[in-house]
Design a protein around this ligand. Sequence first.
Ligand SMILES: [Zn+2]
Length: 299
Amino acid sequence: MMTQGGGTSLAGLSTRYGRRWGSSFCRPPIVLAIVALWLGGCGVIGRQAPTGLPARHKFTANQLVVQSDIRLPKNHQLIQDLETLREDLASTLELPLQKQPVTIYLFADEVRYAQYLQTAYPNLPPRRAYFVGTSDELAVYTFWGDKIQEDLRHEYTHGVLHASLKDVPLWLDEGLAEYFEVYEGPRGYNREYAEHMGEALRNGWRPDMLRLEQLTEVQQMQKADYLEAWAWVHFMLHDSDDTRGALLSYIADLRFEARPQALSARLQNTLPNTESRFLAHASTLTQAAVTAGAVKVRQ
Ligand SMILES: [Zn+2]
């Protein structure tokens, strides 16, 4: 539930959230996940014999390594989509093309995926997909299912970001992944988020990037925060050259510095009317949701 910045809840969404933990790694492993509709399988996970990573099929496509239970042609549309996404991330965020490989472990089905995660990461809650970044490997774990394209795009975005930047603030990591997971319709546009944001704005909710920046552990991050992170990314990338430039400048600094000056502080100095501009942009997003809904009803 949203507890600051206006008192209006943006929760109740069927969206994602992730989880990170720290340990003794030089660069702590980063674990990000999807809030899942985990359909069955959970009750028997602990009783199953351990199963290994997918290894039956393996190929490399540019900086993508795919290990899967099922045979996936190298030119499969999902793989081509991720290669396009890699180029899109580089050009949109003005980053060099990601060089560090991202490995996708694609399980044949949910049960086998669940069995593996339960064995390898027994403390993780069930999620539809995970991104795990360590100093050794950037890995995506997921299974063949209805949401495979969205899930792969979301997690692969995390992979590219962590391959390209010294660090990624949690809110921006998720905001960008939410934005780039969208593969159809208007670019980066999440209609469900827009609808909820419209309702919240009418009830007095206001954005607060500074608050989002204080969230460092995924356990602190609620569903509403994923929505707000997405909205900030959409605003920054689409509102104007000024906002896009501020975001890209911040991301450029993150390539060389883990803790550059926070984006909210930069905006205070360079875009004094940020909130009113955000609200104007948000109203176009929510209006688009209303219009899309109306069109759908007529169909
Ligand atoms: Zn994520």
